[in-house]
Design a protein around this ligand. Sequence first.
Ligand code: SF4
Ligand code: SF4
Length: 75
Amino acid sequence: MKLMSFGGDSLTVRIIEKLCKGCEICVKVCPKNVFEAKAKVNEYGYVIPQPVRADACIKCKLCEMYCPDFAVEVE
Ligand code: SF4
Ligand code: SF4
């Protein structure tokens, strides 16, 4: 399963790209603006966000909880 993550040594936020439908709920609920909307097109043609500011993540896990497709992982 393909994963995309950012943040160097602090790899805390991942989007499982093949599960993501690009609804952007994660973009809207993140209090730290970690996700960049419309950053990539996945293999199914969905325009999906990417966690480009993962270093700012506070691990509140709102993105994980609200993602309807279980496409976000926070470690
Ligand atoms: S909430 Fe989930 S499905 Fe929606 S854009 Fe974010 S990762 Fe993708
Ligand atoms: S865990 Fe919280 S701060 Fe981190 S990316 Fe998700 S919503 Fe944003």
